[in-house]
Write a protein that binds this ligand. Structure first.
Ligand code: AMP
Length: 471
């Protein structure tokens, strides 16, 4: 299947060629003909499947006959409205509209909160065919009568599941009430829940369904691993993995903004260039941070779920869950940051014994058991003896278990139980990144006797292609 055979216009095909895309992704193969035919579509497609181009390309094609080079605002009414849950996603979708529509005389703009209204008002007054917006700020414009939605022909709800989670549905209903009833509706969602079904029933008209991966399944190109580790040792393990795998660039997820700030400061202290991105940061700060990350000036982007939603960073080889999310669907969204559009990626979760419930919920959602790994050259506590199950330090024969195992003591003043670690003390993590991720020489023998846990050897091979390109 080629883009040409999908019947897209030469101008759009030219822009696709500029981007270096040769073959449409599965969601594009399915969605593009439906959208071109003017049908309503509901699509279960995760971020990373190429879904944005899946709706943007055919929309541009449909609007192309209305393109006008006239400066008159009246010749540029809003014909397509795309609603997204976050500012970042809105900005990225509009970037795609601009990229794929670069040879067309169609205008687009992005509308979101956290920035001044006047430039948005100016763009709207000049006339734009495609508006990508977050619901709250769009309603501000409605209230101030700075937007006219009466000629919208196509409505897109992108990441509808997240808009539902974030409580945007009442706002979305208000917005829909302002649109002409005769219009094409497209709804994209990473997962299809009952609530999404109800939502689409009320908005979509006899929709065609597109499903590229089983709902709630995770992209096959992502290798998922769990490193069991005590909560208080997560930071040390993260630093160790960054240095020894190595992890050239990653998004690291924390549950809270405060946690993101703290982790970021700690990584910086370890000379690992890191930046935090969350909703307390101003929009311009977030944009700048993202640019620095994309330029490779920042290696680790520490993010909360909401801030990271919709971040489109090409070929990100690693995503790290510093903490598992409370909501299992967030795990699917998080790991969707890697392994995008068929490229390979690795999602690493640092999981403490206290997170076993979250882990179970995730594994039952994705219907698979995530493989456990043990870090090489890093002391781990035998998973079988997590806090509740720790055995006494002295065995029946009276021989101290410390004969065979080390006892690590918590820092002064911390009321934490003694922790028994396996095997003789291993050297501190290597400080230098290995020359090549293909050479396995730096992987020493793992601690003995950890049955059922596989060794962390395959990752370099899995990610070879990507890491080779990394700086
Ligand atoms: P999305 O799922 O829309 O967030 O897209 C994920 C990434 O895939 C984006 O970085 C796109 O630039 C890229 N992409 C979209 N379509 C294709 C394609 N047909 N071939 C290669 N990459 C693509």
């Amino acid at each position: 299947m080629t883009f040409e055979s999908l019947g897209l216009s030469p101008e759009i095909l030219r822009a696709i060629t500029d981007e270096g895309y040769t073959t449409p992704t599965p969601v594009q193969v399915q969605a593009i003909p439906l959208v071109l035919a003017g049908q309503d579509v509901q699509a279960a497609a995760q971020t990373g499947t190429g879904k944005t181009a899946g709706f943007t390309l055919p929309i541009l094609h449909r609007l192309q006959p209305m393109a006008s080079s006239s400066p008159s605002p009246a010749r540029h009414p809003i014909r397509c409205l795309v609603l997204t849950p976050t500012r970042e996603l809105a900005a990225q979708v509009q970037e795609s509209v601009k990229t794929y529509g670069r040879y067309l005389a169609l205008r687009s703009t992005v509308i979101y909160g956290g920035v001044a209204m006047p430039p948005q008002v100016k763009a709207l007054q000049a006339g734009v065919e495609i508006v990508v917006a977050t619901p709250g700020r769009l309603l501000d414009h409605v209230q101030q009568k700075t937007i006219n939605l009466s000629q919208v022909e196509i409505l897109v709800l992108d990441e509808a599941d997240r808009m539902l989670d974030m409580g945007f549905i009442p706002d979305i209903r208000k917005i829909i009430a302002l649109l002409p009833t005769r219009r094409q509706n497209l709804l994209f969602s990473a997962t299809f829940s009952e609530d999404i079904g109800k939502l689409s029933k009320g908005i979509l008209n006899d929709p065609a369904t597109v499903e590229v991966a089983r709902a709630n399944a995770t992209a096959m190109s992502i290798t998922q691993l769990i490193y069991p580790v005590e909560a208080e040792r997560k930071r040390a393990l993260l630093t160790h993995l960054i240095r020894t795998l190595p992890i050239p660039q990653a998004i690291v997820f924390t549950r809270t903004k405060h946690g993101a700030n703290r982790l970021c400061a700690q990584l910086e202290k370890e000379q690992i260039p890191a930046a935090a991105i969350h909703s307390d940061k101003t929009q311009s700060h977030r944009t700048r941070t993202l640019e620095q990350f994309k330029a490779g000036e920042v290696s680790i982007l520490v993010a909360t779920d909401i801030a990271a939603r919709g971040l489109d960073i090409d070929q990100l080889p690693f995503v790290v869950n510093f903490e598992l999310p409370h909501v299992p669907e967030d795990y699917v969204h998080r790991i969707g940051r890697t392994g995008r559009a068929g490229s390979q990626g690795c999602a690493i979760s640092l999981v403490s014994p206290e997170e076993s419930r979250e882990r179970q919920a995730i594994e039952s959602l994705i219907k698979q058991t995530i493989r456990e790994e043990i870090p090489v050259n890093f002391e781990v506590i035998e998973p079988a003896r997590r806090p509740a199950e720790r055995r006494p330090l002295r065995e029946a024969d009276g021989r101290s278990r410390t004969d065979r195992r080390h006892v690590t003591r918590p820092p002064e003043g911390e009321a934490v139980a003694e922790q028994v670690v396996r095997e003789p003390k291993v050297p501190r993590p290597v400080q230098e990144a290995p020359r090549s991720v293909y050479s396995h020489h730096h992987f020493s023998r793992p601690p003995l006797g950890l049955s059922g846990i596989k060794k962390h050897r395959e990752i370099p091979a899995l990610l070879g292609g990507l890491l080779k390109k990394a700086p």
